[in-house]
Design a protein. Structure first.
Length: 369
């Protein structure tokens, strides 16, 4: 794109020198005319690379437009006629601008990049101005806008396009950085930072918090190796994310620990969600050297009541998880007051240290906003 701007500047300089009689007419009209299609073809390639973030060698085919028009101009001398030269130049420009606008809008569908709209609009505006300039040349009796005024507006549009390209690239880079900060690099679901930053300090009555722990994860690492343990984490996170529905927040908050927050759900629906997660994870078919790697989860559910703090809700879910582990794991438990109290004596040593971390996080300053 930078090269295309330089070529347009060179073409404009040549045209200006030609208009002042400093260059032969045949040479300056041919060179300035050819510079336009070449520059816009390069710009189109640059936009494609910017939006799609990949190199496609087939894109270089559009560069054939410039030498083709050059050959036609040499053969027919149409470039010596101002109206023909300007009309073809503007038609090529408008075609590339419409294509660029389409690339920006289509290539960024679903992306939350606000700059894509003004960028596409700038392309569309330049295309419209090019069509107005063509009309002022071909039917001057109906279009009273002068060519010089239109070309001045086209130059302004070019500055806008350059500005919005920079804004688009910067905005997308910032969003990528935020995404990296909020995404667990292994499982590709949200991480602890995102989860605790987005939890409300005061949950609404009926909100559900679910504490989830992979059963015997240390044993899996010891028996099959840490690489298989990573596969277990990835498969579990992916399975849970695909099994959930409704308004929820899911994140990996520790080693083998996950947090799930379900907004405004009935306890029955939350139970169904939890059971769907449990059965889906249990069905994961992960094998190592012909042996099936067992993958199960335990879940503790707690429901928010009026005036309850998030710390209390999370602590209740933690207690329910203790009960699920004490009852044999691979199950869900719902918090009730009679579950309160230590359950560590009922838990095997591989997970007894881990099930309290969510409660610790809930009491840590700065996590819940």
């Amino acid at each position: 794109m930078a090269i295309s701007f330089i070529i347009l500047a060179i073409g404009s300089t040549i045209a200006g020198a030609g208009e002042r009689g400093e260059l032969p007419v045949y040479a300056w009209t041919l060179l300035s005319f050819t510079a336009g299609p070449l520059a816009y073809a390069l710009f189109w390639i640059g936009i494609r690379r910017l939006i799609h973030e990949r190199v496609c060698h087939r894109d270089w085919i559009v560069l054939a437009i410039a030498p083709a028009l050059f050959a036609i101009a040499v053969a027919t001398d149409f470039h010596l006629e101002n109206s023909y030269r300007a009309t073809i130049f503007l038609t090529v420009m408008a075609s590339f601008m419409v294509s660029c606008a389409f690339i920006v809008l289509r290539g960024t569908r679903g992306a939350i990049v606000r700059a894509r709209f003004p960028l596409a609009l700038s392309f569309a505006a330049k295309a419209v101005l090019a069509l107005i300039a063509i009309a002022s040349i071909t039917i001057p009796e109906h279009v009273s806008v002068s060519v010089s005024e239109t070309f001045f507006m086209l130059i302004l549009c070019q500055f806008l396009i350059a500005m919005f390209v920079q804004i688009f690239a910067k905005e997308r880079a910032e969003m990528r950085l935020i995404q990296l900060l909020e995404t667990d690099p292994l499982t590709q679901i949200h991480n602890r930072h995102w989860f605790f930053s987005n939890l409300p300090a005061n949950p609404s009555p009926g909100d559900i918090f679910v504490t989830i722990d992979i059963d015997h994860f240390k044993k899996v690492n010891d028996e099959f190796g840490h690489a298989i343990g990573d596969h277990v984490l990835v498969a579990t996170a992916k399975t849970m994310a695909e099994s959930l529905s409704g308004d929820y927040m899911l994140a990996r908050v520790g080693g083998e620990e996950f947090g799930l927050y379900i907004k405004s759900s009935s306890l029955d629906e939350a139970e169904r969600q939890a059971e769907r997660l449990r059965s889906a994870v249990e069905a994961i078919d992960l094998r190592f050297e012909g042996r099936r790697v067992p993958v199960t989860i335990s879940l503790g559910l707690a429901t928010a009541t009026s005036g309850m703090k998030m710390q209390t809700l999370m602590r209740n879910a933690d207690q329910a998880l203790y009960a699920a582990k004490a009852a044999g794991r691979n199950r869900k438990e719902i918090f009730s007051p009679d579950l309160e109290g230590p359950h560590f004596n009922d838990l095997s040593s591989d997970n007894s240290h881990s099930v309290t971390r969510l409660g610790e996080m809930a009491n840590a300053p700065g996590h819940i906003q």
